[in-house]
Design a protein around this ligand. Structure first.
Ligand SMILES: Cc1ncc(COP(=O)(O)O)c(C=O)c1O
Length: 416
């Protein structure tokens, strides 16, 4: 079978940067380096950085040689001190042992979406997605193709029966298959659902049968709002077929722009060559801060912090769901999300989320995202996404009352 991660013709043209490839020599004990156009750290403005942690504990400090490394150019795949901790983090949270060279630190997982699309898509290739899906992924993919194949989802996540039908059908007819499958397995954005374990196993089995690689984008994996066991990651089920994107945006803070890709070493190497051409490496400063934080708190500490923070999201979700039950009519349908940050409202046929926003958001003082943005081909018009992450519980009832009024106004327009 073909290599699932065979590169696009664009990516095959890339050559390693001769200077970037010297970085590993330059860090060697006793090496007299005349390579690299590195500025001398003695000229840098910063001497010491101290970051106090929410909830107390020993502050995170960067100083001396560690601060020099944090403010100097670094290796393209990531600061070694951080890469090592991320490999341990993946082992700790997912039970996955990554291969050597199996991880690259990114400017958030969004960078991974863009790079993977660049690496894999040639003109005319299709991407297989769930409908609805994350618009940021569509934006990244649309830079390289406008061809999408959409599979619907339900409360268990992607409909794997429909996926099998689609791929088996195409293979039987000798037709071309989508170049890769994009999935948000946990706490789906926007649908709020989590792909169930049986579906995960089916999805991997179907993808394997057809040699279709999987891009597992999982920033909400750990934002579990219920005490249910976490299903295995797709990467843990099919390491040879999955490039996984992890993000610190929802579990630490998004402004540091830290995420990472992990998977087969050859695919990671292709990501490195892309970064050599596009941004050299992710901010060493942000990476050093995360490495120092992980050293202080450890994986157990980070997980405990996330679990404590999730209480806030759970209260927000419960308040919004209570408000929705009180103020929305029965023909507005939604699943109560077990993870993530989103409620996905499906409205009656003929309703138009964009029109509702345009006509009523300002007057009523409530904003939701129209569903059409989450569709590859103009579907989901009668849906809207609500984030509960930022709305305090005391405001949730009023927000749902206003949304209920928005629904009533749209109903009058549709009827009229
Ligand atoms: C499904 C999904 N993937 C990726 C991202 C991008 O996250 P990051 O901040 O890690 O780039 C988001 C952000 O909302 C998201 O919802």
């Amino acid at each position: 079978m073909n290599d699932p991660f065979r590169l696009s013709s664009r990516a095959r043209r890339r050559r390693p940067s001769p200077i970037r490839e010297l970085v590993r020599y330059m860090g060697m004990e006793g090496m007299l380096s005349l390579g690299g156009g590195y500025p001398n750290p003695r000229t840098f403005a910063f001497r010491r950085v101290q970051v106090d942690l929410a909830g107390g504990g020993t502050p995170v400090m960067l100083e001396g040689p560690e601060l020099d490394r944090a403010t100097q150019y670094g290796a393209t795949d990531g600061l070694p001190a951080l890469v090592e901790r991320l490999v341990a983090w993946q082992r700790f949270k997912d039970g996955v042992e990554l291969p050597a060279g199996g991880l690259v630190v990114l400017n958030g997982s969004q960078e991974g979406l863009y790079i993977l699309a660049d690496l894999l898509l040639d003109e005319g290739d299709e991407v297989l997605v769930c409908e609805p899906t994350y618009p940021g992924a569509l934006a990244a993919f649309r830079s390289f193709t406008d061809r999408f194949v959409a599979v619907p989802l339900d409360a268990q996540g992607m409909r794997t029966d429909r996926l099998a039908e689609l791929l088996d059908g195409r293979a039987a007819r000798g037709e071309r298959l989508p170049r890769f499958l994009y999935t948000i397995a946990g706490g789906h954005n926007p649908a709020g659902v989590t792909l169930s374990e049986p579906r995960r196993r089916q999805l991997v089995e179907i993808a394997r049968r057809h040699g279709v690689p999987i891009l597992e984008d999982d920033p909400y994996e750990l934002l579990q709002l219920e005490e249910a066991p976490r299903p295995p990651t797709l990467q843990s089920l099919a390491p040879e077929l999955v490039v996984r994107l992890d993000s610190f945006s929802k579990i630490l803070c998004p402004g540091l722009r830290l995420g990472y890709a992990s998977g087969p070493a050859a695919a990671m190497r292709a990501i490195v060559l892309h970064k050599q051409a596009s941004n050299l490496h992710t901010s060493t400063f942000a990476q050093a801060l995360l490495a120092a934080y992980l050293r202080a708190d450890g994986p157990e500490g980070l997980l405990a912090r996330i679990r404590a923070n999730v209480q806030l999201y759970r209260r927000n979700r419960d308040a919004m769901v209570a408000g929705a039950r009180r103020h929305l009519p029965a023909d507005v349908r939604y699943e109560v999300p077990g993870s993530g940050m989103f409620l996905w409202f499906e409205l009656p046929a003929g309703f138009d989320g964009e029109r509702m926003l345009r006509e009523d958001a300002e007057a009523l003082g409530v904003v939701l995202v129209p569903g059409a943005h989450f569709s590859t081909q103009g579907g989901c018009r009668n849906a809207m996404r609500a984030s509960f992450s930022m709305l305090d519980p005391e405001k949730a009832d009023e927000a749902m009352r206003r949304f209920g009024e928005m629904v009533a106004r749209e109903r009058a327009r549709v009827a009229g």
